[in-house]
Design a protein around this ligand. Structure first.
Ligand code: FES
Length: 106
């Protein structure tokens, strides 16, 4: 199990235990973390699962693949550590991951 902390725009923290192999988006939806919409269900085709990866974690999480990068152009207020959360798969080394949810999607 891997712990993830989501921090919503108003500063509320959601700490959850997630299974490796699942995505940051899936766990947000399952645990009703507000602010992540995931309209396309994880197909990298909607950009409504945008999160900001905490800077400390960004190197471990890595950068987006080209397809995700193109889709991020449609996300609202993209920053240097922006990722689409449906494209972040959990693994042991991401235990403790912190992501911030943007004020809105799109
Ligand atoms: Fe649609 Fe991530 S859920 S791009």
């Amino acid at each position: 199990m891997t712990k993830i902390t989501y921090i919503t725009h108003d500063g509320t923290r959601f700490e959850i235990e997630a299974e490796n192999g699942s995505t940051v988006m899936e766990n947000a939806i399952r645990n009703s973390v507000p602010g992540i919409e995931a309209e396309c269900g994880g197909a990298c085709a909607c950009a409504t699962c945008h999160v900001y990866v905490d800077e400390e974690w960004a190197p471990l999480v890595g950068s987006p693949e080209p397809m995700e990068e193109d889709m991020l152009d449609f996300a609202w207020e993209v920053g240097p550590t922006s990722r689409l959360s449906c494209q972040i798969k959990l693994r042991d080394e991401l235990d403790g991951l912190v992501v911030r949810v943007p004020e809105r999607q799109g």
